[in-house]
Design a protein around this ligand. Structure first.
Ligand SMILES: N[C@@H](CCC(=O)N[C@@H](CS)C(=O)NCC(=O)O)C(=O)O
Length: 202
């Protein structure tokens, strides 16, 4: 299995979950600016041109982070990385994944392009993100992890996005429970190994 990634981008969460699941995989680096990878034109592999993408032995491809995370977790049910299909908790996990994807991930994205978005737009996005983070901080006040007592795919994805706060100047200081969450995530061997493999800081 190949996981296409770019250092620090949103393929970090699937990589963490592959490690948590104990599945064998190869990391293949993509230059997101040029859309090139070691084998040439990345768009020949993934016409969407973005990461993450998971490529199987038969060369078929799975894209979209939320779905990749669930696919991996479902391969290792004994690791309890996501509640089982059909359970009410599974829908809760999918609800959080979608929230992180659409409200946080795609909220942070414009902040990487200050030259494209003017100050007013950046301020608007940062304010929106603060509202989203308040909700998550409140949730983490009563839960060790996003799905309760146990680590899940939701935490990997959330950690992946929160890592971008420094570089995008999103202020995390008001969110004490998020700070505790990040600390806990950094203690996980899967997280330490994943960031080391991408050559990025913890
Ligand atoms: N809908 C995709 C979006 C993935 C995405 O935004 N990937 C970013 C990195 S975090 C990317 O590769 N951007 C390059 C591009 O859009 O060309 C998903 O949820 O997996």
């Amino acid at each position: 299995m190949n996981l296409y990634y770019s250092p620090g981008a949103c393929a970090l969460a699937p990589q963490i979950i592959l490690r948590e699941a104990g599945l064998p995989f190869q990391l293949i680096k993509v230059d997101l600016k040029t859309k090139q990878y070691e084998g040439g034109d990345y768009k020949q592999i993934n016409p969407k041109g973005y990461v993450p993408a998971l490529q199987f032995e038969d060369h078929t491809l799975l894209t979209e982070g939320c779905i990749i995370l669930q696919w991996i977790a479902d391969r290792a049910p004994e690791k309890n990385l996501i509640p089982p299909w059909g359970s009410p908790e599974r829908y809760k996990a999918m609800e959080w994944l979608n929230y992180i994807s659409t409200e946080l991930h795609k909220g942070y994205s414009p902040l990487f392009y200050p030259q494209v978005f003017g100050d007013a737009a950046l301020l608007w996005h940062r304010d929106k993100i603060q509202v989203r983070l308040q909700l998550i901080d409140k949730h983490l006040a009563n839960n060790d992890f996003m799905m309760g007592k146990e680590f899940s795919v939701v935490d990997a994805y959330l950690y992946n996005i929160l890592r971008w706060s420094d570089v995008t100047k999103v202020d995390l200081t008001p969110h004490h429970h998020i700070a505790t969450f990040i600390k806990k995530m950094k203690e996980r061997p899967s997280v330490q190994e994943a960031v080391a493999a991408e050559g990025i800081r913890l």
